[in-house]
Design a protein around this ligand. Structure first.
Ligand code: IMO
Ligand code: MG
Length: 425
């Protein structure tokens, strides 16, 4: 019963898409379980370079069934565009199913995301402005519309009118916006429903039947542990759970069925948007990593904040996810570094912390305590065996595993599918 959850260990952008694309060859099914098109999963494979926002990264294998699970919020316009783009590159999305329970991102969600961010001013979260937060708010407030509702125009219209009365009142009174037309939104979304009809279904029996047949199912996480609504650097978080826990509710699979949890970490750290990041480097080193690694947002194009690996935050992430193994990506970025630092503690208020603090204000005050390790000069990009890596690179991987308290089983260099090494320490 191999159900594998693959989750981001940091603040997102860890290379989850590449890892999924690399290991999906052995899977039968890949299920996205959280977030929405705020995700930007880059994969480079024989079909080209893709930045997937909604469609699971297993789509490049014909035999792999891909599912957008009930825990995802779906913007149908984005989904249709993504399906069309794949088709243009000779990739079929015929194997894609979308849960009828997944909530819809509506035009008022994207609009409110932008207006709310503007209103926050200095305190802006730096959202991707894809309407994610407002869509999850409506889901929890029980005023959301779901993908399956698109197939019932009468009911959809009734609920839309009710919700939009409220949204338009908010838009006009609070933001001085003229409001949106119910007719236009209705027509647009019913048309989306018609185009997506073949993909929309109750995905639970499909997933459970695959489990009963003993198929290999990958649960593809979006975002990262430190962006979790409950346990991340609140309020600088996203609005769904990127954790392995979220993988169960977001796909409809019970926790006992998950056989392993792979946490994906970059060999260094990045964050995009607001909120504290203790190891952020605001100097030339941060700039150097950004340029060398091309650390610009796949969804928004924003420059990512870069810094050294944070093992305090990393250990926290291992614990809250129950990770059983780690995939370490972008190791090659350190090729040519004379030394590499890793944060092993935080100094704050005269004390050294080893555990990640619960209050975002404390995290913001933390000064990283670094241990320094020797680097390597060799190019690691095309090395295909752990034992062939430079000794200091091997030692760095061992150090990360020790500090995280979790075995590193995969190491990835470069953007391509085959640039991935299995590690047995
Ligand atoms: P992947 O799947 C990096 C960040 C945003 C912002 C915060 C809230 O590519 O790892 P939201 O639009 O979700 O309300 O924004 O979360 N964020 C991500 N950062 N990678 C992502 O996804 C992200 N998804 C959201 O930058 O700080
Ligand atoms: Mg991203």
């Amino acid at each position: 019963m191999p159900v594998v959850a693959l989750v981001g260990g940091q603040w997102g952008d860890e290379g989850k898409g590449k890892v999924i694309d690399s290991i999906a060859a052995r899977a039968n099914m890949v299920v996205r379980f959280a977030g929405g098109d705020n995700a930007g999963h880059t994969t480079v494979n024989p079909y080209g370079t893709f930045r997937l926002h909604l469609i699971p990264s297993g789509v490049f294998y014909k035999s792999v069934r891909c599912i957008i699970g009930n825990g995802v919020v779906v913007n149908p316009a984005v989904l249709l565009r993504e399906i069309a783009e794949l088709k243009e590159h000779g990739v079929s999305a015929d194997n894609l199913l979308v849960s009828d329970r997944a909530h819809l991102i509506m035009p008022y969600h994207t609009l409110l995301d932008r207006l709310e961010e503007e209103r926050r001013g200095q305190g802006a979260i730096g959202t991707t402005q894809r309407g994610i937060g407002p869509a999850f708010v409506d889901k929890v407030a029980r005023t959301g519309l779901r993908v399956g509702d698109l197939l019932y125009p009468g009911m959809f219209r009734e609920r839309l009118e009710c919700v939009m009365e409220q949204k338009n009142a908010l838009l006009t009174s609070m933001y001085g916006h003229p409001g949106l037309s119910v007719d236009e939104v209705y027509e647009q979304y019913i048309a989306f429903g018609k185009q997506l009809r073949a993909h929309i279904t109750d995905t639970l029996p499909v997933i459970h039947e695959a489990m009963n047949r003993g198929e290999i199912i990958l649960l593809e996480g979006a975002q990262g542990a430190l962006l979790d609504t409950d346990l991340g650097t609140y309020p600088y978080v996203t609005s769904s759970s990127p954790l392995a826990g979220g993988a169960t509710t977001g796909s409809g699979i019970g926790p006992t069925a998950i056989s392993s949890v792979i946490g994906v970490f970059k060999a260094y750290a990045t964050r995009v948007g607001g909120g504290p990041m203790p190891t952020e480097l605001k100097d030339e080193m941060g700039q150097f990593i950004r340029e060398k690694a091309g650390e610009y947002g796949a969804t928004t194009g924003r420059p990512r904040r870069c810094g050294w690996f944070d093992a305090v935050a990393g250990r926290f992430s291992v614990l809250i996810n129950g990770m059983t193994e780690v995939a370490l990506t972008h190791l090659d970025i350190f090729d040519g570094f004379s030394s590499i630092k890793v944060c092993t503690g935080y100094r704050v208020g005269g004390k050294t912390l080893k555990a990640f603090p619960p209050r975002v204000e404390t995290v913001a005050e933390c000064q990283p305590v670094y241990e320094e390790f020797p680097g390597w000069t060799e190019c690691t990009e095309d090395i295909d065996r752990f034992s062939l890596l430079p000794a200091n690179a091997q030692a760095y991987i061992r150090t990360i595993a020790r500090l995280l308290g979790c075995p590193v089983t995969l190491v990835s260099m470069g953007p391509k599918r085959e640039q991935m090494i299995e590690v047995r320490l």
